[in-house]
Ligand binder design. Sequence first.
Ligand code: THU
Length: 168
Amino acid sequence: MAEEKNTKLQPYGKKVPAIKDSTKKLPDMLSDMVCRKLIRAACEYRNKAYVPYSGFRVGAALLTAQNEIVGGCNIENAAYTPTNCAERTAFFKAVSEGKKEFLAIAVVGGKGDVLKDYCAPCGVCRQVMAEFCDPKSFLVILARSEDDYMIYTLEELLPFGFSGKNLQ
Ligand code: THU
């Protein structure tokens, strides 16, 4: 059982006992304090979600290389496909403000007030992340609360991805 927890894809985070044996190291820039701050911001943005159709509220907090936090929420639409996810809202807000270097993003999502599950970014959002971020170092924090989160690299969430590098 203990060995099972040490598999390659085992996320690291406060609630993951395998962290000590993991080959991954929490980067200095992403201290527990920074993670908590990002999660708090993501929760605040989750309150702004416009979700009349799904009721599924998502909030994201994107950390820029300049140490700023840019938040976003999901914004739904009666025609469904124009719906924008919280992660992309945060990215598009940041890029439109001239910010194009990012270190990490925290994501929280779910129905109702209590976050029961982690909310992983959809495929389209992962692709948008790949446009601007280094897959090996960009970190995605999936949280249920400030005390309960997991961290993945973008590469883990989008292995063998397609990016501008493929077009060079
Ligand atoms: N959603 C996000 O905002 N981010 C995700 O990572 C997954 C899905 C939104 C889109 C839609 O408004 C609702 O959640 C249900 O899919």
